[in-house]
Write a protein that binds this ligand. Structure first.
Ligand SMILES: [Zn+2]
Length: 141
């Protein structure tokens, strides 16, 4: 968990409040199998929020079909994500996480579309989609 995190639940508390697959991705930096998330094909207007603490992370306007099997975005909501280098796969990758709870979301690559050229490759299980017109759920403390 990062220092700037505004939510200070323990891992055990998150484990108790999240489904096992979401906990594994968010707080143990797991990666879901590609093509498993219903959010891959989500094309409605709306907001993608952190599945753990409900901070809004991406707007639907920034979502695109990357063909990778994971929900992909070219731009996050400003201030919503923090990054760190990750050496797990031998080649360095840039991990990103929710700034509010520290929950791991995915990795960002520089092969995305314009205007940013970035590809935020996100685990669907770490996100919750809220269609436009529906109220965002309250932030989790
Ligand atoms: Zn969060």
């Amino acid at each position: 968990m990062s220092d700037e995190a505004a939510v200070n639940k323990t891992k055990a508390e998150w484990r108790a409040s999240l489904p096992g697959d979401a906990f594994g991705v968010l707080f143990e930096e797991g990666t879901e199998r590609p093509w498993t998330s219903a959010l891959n094909t989500e094309k409605r207007a709306g907001t993608f929020i952190c599945a753990a603490c409900h901070q809004p992370l991406f707007e639907s306007a920034a979502k695109y079909d990357s063909g990778t099997g994971w929900p992909s975005f070219f731009q996050p909501i400003p201030g919503a994500l923090g990054t760190k280098r990750d050496w797990k796969m031998f080649l360095p990758r840039t991990e990103y996480h929710c700034t509010r709870c520290g929950g791991h979301q995915g990795h960002v690559f520089d092969d995305g579309p314009q205007p940013t050229g970035q590809r935020y490759c996100n685990n669907g299980v770490a996100l919750t989609f809220v269609p436009e017109g529906e109220e965002l759920p309250p932030l989790v403390d």
